[in-house]
Design a binder for this molecule. Structure first.
Ligand code: ATP
Length: 363
C-alpha cells in the first residue's frame, strides 16, 4: 500500500488547494494512504503533527478556496543537507514513500535534489543510528512528482501553470476598473503587474484589455522606446481614445538591462505626451482570491495524473513534472523543465532576447 504525501511550497497560487484535494482523493481512490505536509518543506523538516494522515473529507471544499489551506513557506533548512536529512527521517517515521510537491521552479529543484540524495540520506540515518537498516529497507526508492503552482506562468514545457489564469482574470478586472476612471478624466495609467523573468501576465493582460503599450522582460523595447511609446499613445488619442493604459511587468528593462520603472514611464507620459498620468501597482491582489474555473480544472487533472505517475514509477524513471501541452495533461522530466526555465533567465541576462522568446515558445 503506497503512502503518498502532498505539500505546497514557494509563493502561493490560486488552485493549489485543488491540486491537494485531487492528490488526496486520487490516492485514496487507488487504495493508498494520503498525507498532507503543512507549511511546505518546513513541515517536512519539523515532522510530527506537521505531517498529517488525511481522509476524503479533510479536503472537502478545497476546490474553490484561494491560496493554500495547508500553508506554504520558504524553508531555509531544506536548502541544506542536514535539513533534508531530518525531512527524510520524518518521512520514514510516517511511512511515506512518495511526495507530490506543488510549487515553483525552486520548490521542484529542491524536490528533485531530495530524491537524488535519498539513498545517501538513508545510509547516513543508519550510520548515525537514528534509524535501523530494517526500518529503512521498505523505503529504498522515493518517488517525487512535481506540479507547477505559480501565477507567473514561468515554467518551460507547460502551457499553463496552476494559478496563472486566476491571476490574469484578477488583473483584467483591475484594469477594467481603472479604465472607467481613466476614461472619465482622460487620464493615463501605468499598471505594474507581477513577473520578474516572465512577461506572460503583462502580455496577456495587455492583449485582454487592449492596452496601449506593454513592457515585458523577454522582449524589451528598442533604444528609441521613449519616443515610440509617446508616438503610439498620442496616435491612439488622436483617434478618439479617452484613456491610456500601459502595462509593465515588474522585471521590465531596456535592451541594456536598465530597469524600466512605472514612475519613469509616468514621467514620460506626463512630460512628453502631456497626459495626466497615475501609477497603479497591483501587488498581492493578483495572487489572492478564488481560483478561476481553468485553474480548478488544471489542478484537478494534474493532481490525478500526479498520483498515476507515482503508481507507474520505476526506480529508473526520472522525477516527472505534470504539464499541460496543447490541452493535454502530460509528464515531462522535472529537471529538464527546470533547466529550460533557467535558460530563459540566462538568455535575458546575456541580452539574447530572440533566444529568450524562442525558449518561451518551445515545448
Ligand atoms: P516562486 O515561483 O513563488 O518563487 P518557488 O518554488 O520557485 O516559488 P523558492 O523560494 O525558490 O520558490 O523555493 C521554495 C522552497 O523550496 C525554498 O524555500 C526551499 O525550501 C526549497 N528549495 C528551493 N530551491 C532549493 C534547492 N536548490 N535545494 C533545496 N531546496 C530548495
Amino acid at each position: 500500500k503506497r503512502r503518498i504525501a502532498v505539500l505546497t511550497s514557494g509563493g502561493d497560487s490560486p488552485g493549489m488547494n485543488g491540486s491537494v484535494r485531487a492528490v488526496v482523493r486520487m490516492a485514496i481512490h487507488n487504495g493508498c494512504d494520503a498525507f498532507c505536509v503543512y507549511e511546505g518543506y518546513d513541515g517536512l523538516v519539523q515532522g510530527g503533527d506537521m505531517i498529517k494522515h488525511v481522509g476524503w473529507e479533510d479536503v472537502r471544499g478545497f476546490l474553490s478556496e484561494g491560496g493554500t489551506l495547508i500553508g506554504s513557506a520558504r524553508c531555509m533548512a531544506f536548502m541544506e543537507r542536514p535539513g533534508r536529512l531530518k525531512a527524510a527521517k520524518n518521512m520514514i517515521v510516517k511511512g511515506i514513500d512518495a511526495l507530490v510537491v506543488c510549487g515553483g521552479d525552486g520548490s521542484l529543484t529542491g524536490a528533485d535534489k531530495f530524491r537524488a540524495e535519498w539513498p545517501g540520506l538513508l545510509s547516513e540515518l543508519v550510520d548515525k543510528k537514528e534509524l535501523t537498516a530494517e526500518q529503512i529497507k521498505p523505503f529504498e526508492h522515493l518517488n517525487i512528482v512535481g506540479l507547477v503552482g505559480s501565477i507567473d506562468n514561468d515554467l518551460s514545457m507547460t502551457d499553463a501553470t496552476i494559478g496563472c489564469y486566476s491571476s490574469l482574470a484578477r488583473i483584467c478586472e483591475a484594469v477594467d476598473s481603472v479604465d472607467t476612471t481613466a476614461t472619465s478624466h482622460q487620464r493615463a495609467f501605468v499598471i505594474e503587474v507581477m513577473g520578474r523573468h516572465c512577461g506572460w501576465l503583462a502580455l496577456m493582460a495587455g492583449v485582454s484589455t487592449g492596452a496601449d503599450f506593454i513592457f515585458i522582460p523577454e522582449s524589451p523595447p528598442g533604444a528609441d522606446w521613449q519616443d515610440e511609446m509617446c508616438k503610439i499613445v498620442k496616435k491612439h488619442r488622436s483617434m478618439g481614445k479617452r484613456k491610456t493604459i500601459v502595462i509593465i511587468a515588474e522585471g521590465a528593462h531596456d535592451q541594456q538591462l536598465n530597469k524600466i520603472t512605472p514612475s519613469q514611464v509616468k514621467d514620460l507620459l506626463t512630460k512628453k505626451a502631456g497626459l495626466d498620468t497615475r501609477v497603479t501597482t497591483l501587488g498581492h491582489v493578483q495572487r489572492g482570491g478564488t481560483p478561476a474555473a481553468y485553474d480548478r480544472m488544471l489542478a484537478t487533472l494534474q493532481g490525478v495524473e500526479a498520483v498515476k505517475a507515482v503508481l507507474d514509477a520505476t526506480p529508473e524513471t526520472p522525477s516527472p513534472v505534470i504539464c499541460m501541452i496543447e490541452n493535454k495533461i502530460v509528464r515531462r522530466p522535472l529537471l529538464e523543465a527546470v533547466a529550460q526555465t533557467k535558460k530563459v533567465a540566462e538568455a535575458i541576462e546575456a541580452k539574447d532576447f530572440d533566444k529568450a522568446m524562442d525558449l518561451r515558445d518551445a515545448e
